[in-house]
Design a protein around this ligand. Structure first.
Ligand code: SAH
Length: 438
């Protein structure tokens, strides 16, 4: 009998779902059930480490034994994820008797419910059933996912003349987080200012350079933006894919000195958002690692503009990684310190205790440190770090033009000069530099 299945969205919050089996299939099925808020009862003599971790964390109830019919007491749904067809059939039988829908991983023809292939985009869930062929379902799901990644929101009008209230992308109002620490009062969620619909700002980390290293969420917001304000360090290819009607503001082209330029950027974010636009402030790496993201958040909060922060892959970890340098390694480094080398060690405005850093054994990652590298390394050595400590410089990490220079603390500044290393570059100091080398 091959009637069509009847699609439903089950609202499982707080409702008992029984999963029988603790292996690979259960490991894949349980997270979505937990995400839906289900009260998961896992029945299995043994669990995979991933399921065990969830059980230990109290996210689900685990009964460490084989299935008994009473396990289905109070259940709304049962998922059978065991290999043994006899065991699976006996769970099915109890479920059928009690009129509880039953998903069978081992035999879909014996199941009373099928799990679809799913793709989720913010508030939108697309579930695809392939007529019993899971591969067909996944192929269609992948195609839909790609379509949605290109553009989820309906074409929003560009904020022309300041009053065009561009529709907030679906569901995003709910995701706009009031910043913690008492700023919430100044932040209205998709609020209304002077009778106009206020837009919002997302501070998005673009990652270190490879356009594929932006997060899934960052990419989605970027595709939904009306205005994109981008940094110099943002991977160009990300901007290449913006819709033609998106207003692109190149923050690196703003004249004036750095502090004036920052005020200018803050003003652009606030003005566009108050005019109703969804503004993505795209920043290299992570927005809060020497990225002045905090200042932008404060400016928006002060103007009543809701802000979402999307963390990014920071160059302080990714640049060493791209050069084959783990910032920590068992038995080698149990700490890593990320420090700005923007100011010379003896600069009155410097907040960095280089003398204290010299006493650490672990990994030191220096950003914006090329200009002052000679003074920095000399200071570290003067305060006790061994001159022979391995050091490396990684330029334009994760891009096609990445360069890596390996040296030692006493020689790295001169070597970088000779090799004409240029910004952006990260300097790594510590035994981890040679740990994976050869
Ligand atoms: N928010 C950024 C850092 C901004 S400060 C982040 O989290 O990565 C700018 C400094 O970051 C540069 O001077 C350089 O030290 C470092 N940097 C950024 N991108 C880099 C890259 N692709 N390769 C090497 N260093 C990089």
């Amino acid at each position: 009998m091959t009637s069509n299945p009847y699609p439903l969205g089950l609202r499982l919050h707080g409702r008992r779902v029984v999963v029988v089996g603790g292996g690979a299939v259960a490991t894949r099925r349980v997270p979505a059930l937990l995400d839906a808020g289900a009260d998961v009862l896992l029945v299995a003599p043994e669990l995979t480490p991933a399921l065990r971790a969830r059980a230990d964390a109290g996210r689900l109830h685990w009964v460490p034994r084989r299935f008994v019919p009473e396990d289905l007491d109070g259940a709304w749904l049962v998922q059978v994820a065991v290999d043994d067809p006899m065991a699976a059939a006996s769970v099915s039988a109890v479920a059928a008797e009690r009129r509880i829908f039953c998903v069978r991983a081992d035999d879909r023809t014996a199941a009373t419910a099928w799990t679809p292939a799913v793709t989720r985009h913010g508030p939108v869930t697309v579930a695809v059933l392939g007529g019993g062929d899971p591969h067909r379902a996944m192929t269609v799901r992948d195609a839909v996912r790609d379509l949605l990644a290109v553009r989820l929101a309906p074409a929003a009008a560009a904020p022309s003349g300041g009053l065009g209230a561009a529709a907030a992308p679906p569901g995003q109002a709910g995701a706009a987080a009031a910043p913690p620490g008492g700023l919430g009062a100044g932040v209205t969620e998709a609020g209304v200012s002077g009778g106009r619909q206020v837009g919002r700002v997302a501070l998005v980390g673009a990652g270190p350079g490879d356009p594929e290293l932006i997060t899934v969420k960052g990419w989605r917001l970027l595709t939904e933006a009306d205005v994109v304000v981008a940094d110099r360090l943002v991977p160009g290819l990300l901007l290449d894919e913006l819709r033609p009607d998106v207003e692109l503001v190149d923050a690196s082209k703003i004249p004036y000195g750095p502090s004036r330029a920052q005020e200018e950027i803050n003003q652009i974010l606030v003005d566009r958002a108050l005019a109703g636009a969804f503004v993505v402030r795209l920043k290299g790496g992570d927005p809060y690692v020497f990225g002045r993201g905090g200042e932008e958040l404060l400016a928006c909060a002060a103007a009543g503009v809701p802000v979402t922060v999307v963390p990014g892959v920071t160059s302080s970890i990714a640049a060493p990684a791209a050069a084959g340098i783990p910032v920590t390694h068992r038995g080698v480094a149990h700490e890593f310190t990320v420090v700005s080398g923007h100011l010379a060690p003896d600069a009155p405005a410097s907040l960095v205790r280089w003398d204290a850093l010299a006493g650490l054994h672990g990994t030191l990652v220096i950003l914006m440190g090329l200009k002052n590298l000679a003074a920095i390394t000399a200071t570290l050595i003067a305060h006790g770090r061994s001159p022979q400590t391995p050091a490396a410089v990684v330029q334009e990490a994760t891009t096609g033009t990445q360069r890596v220079l390996r040296s030692t603390l006493d020689a790295v500044a001169a070597d970088a000069l000779t090799a004409e290393v240029r910004p952006p570059a990260v300097v790594v100091v510590g035994d981890v530099v040679n740990t994976l080398d050869g």
